[in-house]
Design a protein around this ligand. Structure first.
Ligand SMILES: Cc1cc2nc3c(=O)[nH]c(=O)nc-3n(C[C@H](O)[C@H](O)[C@H](O)COP(=O)(O)OP(=O)(O)OC[C@H]3O[C@@H](n4cnc5c(N)ncnc54)[C@H](O)[C@@H]3O)c2cc1C
Length: 566
């Protein structure tokens, strides 16, 4: 059985050590607070490190901040909050320069300035990159910078619960996987930076660690989840697992071809072809496949992404990682053959609802990065805007949490806070018969892949919701068979699966209610965008019987909604 360790105290606890968490921690330390980072992975193994293509900032000679704002507003299908988008695009330039000064080695143009490549939905080459390993380069630069500051790192710790009492945050309870114990940490402010939840789906580009833990814990603690029905599918993923082939491949000039040898994007986005925004390209690929113009293969239907015409030198220097992935995992060489690709889940536009400083509806609880929804991505995120979001809003959330913590009263945790988690885990351990969490997770993923994918309709969503609720009911009898305490991954699996099921239910309830098509949420039974009825954010709050929805207005500044064509 798990040990209970004595309580710890910190002023600001940041949960998550990806780009958002590290940037938040740096800002809070610089504001003079006592900061701890709690993370279930080593910081450099966070999913941010898997980012390939690049990070957006309007710093090129022919680009402008207004153009970046407009592209992001249009890309969001007008659901992004324009005040937040304006703030984001203004901060982007200084942020890239700051990361360069922190030690990130970006790719360079011939004249020595930062190189930029075109990305989908952008009018200019706006994406700064480090070959096709941009995330790792950023993560390493930031980790080295943070390392010169004083803070405490709790690694291999898994957030189990956020404690809210007297109308504010009091701290967290986490499981220490390495020592096999439960740990209370009292904190004046908590920043949730736990990343995305791609593992709700079976076919996803996300790492196995992307299980939405922070979103689910915040939701249970009373925070609003915002716009969760907007799930991004990346157009180009490899094999049955969905390994990402970066948008940078199209940015460098890659083209999409169907089985009839047609460059089909000319039908769907005549002006910008492969560089339309992701929802448009993903739907185009799926339409080709569903109408019989795809290839068939051992891993399901697909279309071709051709790079061969770019030449060996460009492919091997700008897309090194893609060459490695294709050669090692797919047994093919993109220099000489087309890459077989089809869409896969990639990103959650929704998350813990926040404002620009990262505040949630619970005093003392903040969020940033993919776990949060500010919202700058609205109904569809542009490639390259997420890495930038982690840094811009990580910094503002860390600074705001530090300012709050400087004035907040001393937090108080009670024995009951820990008992609630210990009691749940004990039930899971002691059960003699019950459900296997990994089997429930697999069924959940199959349900989401089948019923809540790129094309949605009322009957599928109703069936998906019925199935997810049945899984939730079965989870109440979950059993942890492995009785060991140290690195008990069976226990982690149960914790994460419960989170995934909660989030899946929120996605389904929001998607069922939203009777329109906007950005990544495409309803075949309601194929048009309906601004009169649905120009609003979905908010979901937890109740004992499931999520209850309400809605909040979208912030407009200078851009009126128009039809979105590429
Ligand atoms: C393959 C891939 C390629 C991408 N490429 C790009 C790109 O080129 N450009 C772009 O803009 N975006 C890209 N994205 C999106 C972008 O990388 C992510 O949205 C972003 O990096 C998320 O950063 P984050 O800091 O919010 O979370 P992450 O980097 O995912 O970090 C999450 C952190 O939370 C911790 N954590 C999670 N759960 C718990 C828990 N229960 N307890 C304690 N700690 C926990 C983890 O240990 C980790 O440290 C890509 C995404 C993927 C999957």
């Amino acid at each position: 059985m798990l040990v209970r360790f004595p309580m710890l105290r910190h002023e600001v606890v940041v949960v998550g050590a990806g780009l958002a968490g590290q940037r938040a921690a740096l800002a809070a330390v610089q504001a003079g607070r006592d900061v701890a980072i709690v993370t279930k992975l080593h910081p450099l193994r966070s999913h941010s490190g898997a980012a390939q293509g690049g990070i957006n900032a309007a710093i090129g000679p022919n680009d402008s901040i207004d153009a970046h704002i407009y592209d992001t507003v249009k890309g969001s299908d007008y659901l992004g909050d324009q005040d937040a988008i304006e703030y984001f695009c203004r901060e982007a330039g200084p942020t890239v320069i700051e990361m360069e000064h922190f030690g990130t080695i970006f790719s360079r143009a011939e004249d020595g300035t930062l190189a930029q490549r075109p990305f989908g939905g952008a009018g200019f080459p706006r994406t700064v990159y480090a070959a096709d390993r941009t995330g790792l380069a950023l993560l390493q630069g930031l980790w080295e910078r943070l390392g010169s500051e004083q803070f405490t790192l709790y690694e291999e710790w898994e957030l189990a619960r956020i404690i809210v009492r007297d109308g504010r945050v009091q701290g967290i309870v986490a499981a220490d996987r390495r020592k096999g114990g439960l740990q209370e940490v009292a904190a004046k402010a908590v920043v949730i930076a736990t990343g995305g939840a791609g593992r709700i789906y079976g076919r996803t580009t996300n790492a196995h660690s992307c299980t939405g833990d922070g979103m689910a814990a915040a939701y249970r603690a009373g925070a609003f989840l915002k716009d969760m029905e907007f799930v991004q599918f990346h157009p180009t993923a490899l094999l049955e697992g969905g390994i990402l082939v970066t948008e940078g491949a199209r940015g460098e000039g890659g083209i999409l071809m169907n089985a009839k040898g047609e460059r089909f994007m000319s039908k769907y986005a005549p002006k910008v072809l492969e560089l339309a925004s992701r929802d448009v390209v993903a739907r185009a690929i799926m339409t080709e496949i569903l109408e019989g113009r795809g290839f068939t293969g051992p891993y399901g239907p697909y279309v071709h992404l051709e790079l061969m015409h770019l030449g060996r030198e460009k492919i091997e220097s700008r897309l090194q990682e893609i060459c490695d992935l294709c050669r090692s995992f797919a047994g093919m060489d993109p220099v000489t053959a087309p890459i077989p690709i089809s869409p896969a889940q990639h990103y959650m536009m929704g998350g813990v609802g926040t404002n620009i400083p990262g505040e949630t509806n619970i005093p003392g609880l903040y969020s940033a990065g993919e776990a949060a929804c500010v919202s700058i991505h609205g109904a569809n995120r542009l490639g390259g805007n997420s890495l930038m979001e982690t840094l811009v809003f990580g910094k503002s959330a860390g600074a705001a949490a530090a300012e709050y913590a400087a004035k907040a009263p001393t937090p108080s945790l009670t024995q009951g806070d820990l008992d609630a988690v210990t009691g749940t885990f004990r039930d899971w351990f002691l059960r003699k018969d019950g459900e296997d969490p990994s089997a429930l997770r697999t069924e959940l993923q199959q349900t989401m892949d089948r019923y809540v994918n790129i094309f949605r309709n009322e009957a599928d969503l109703a069936e998906g919701l019925r199935r997810v609720r049945a899984l939730k009911e079965r989870f109440s009898r979950v059993r942890v068979v492995d009785q060991s305490t140290v690195f008990n991954l069976n226990l982690s699996d149960a914790v994460e699966t419960e989170h995934l099921i909660d989030l899946a239910e929120v996605i389904l309830v929001g998607a069922y209610a939203r009777t329109e098509s906007r950005g990544a949420h495409y309803r075949t039974d309601y194929p048009k965008r309906d601004d009169a009825k649905w120009m609003k954010h979905t908010l979901a709050q937890a109740t004992p019987t499931g999520p209850v929805l309400s809605y909040s207005p979208v912030a407009f500044t200078r851009w009126e909604p128009k039809e979105r064509v590429y």
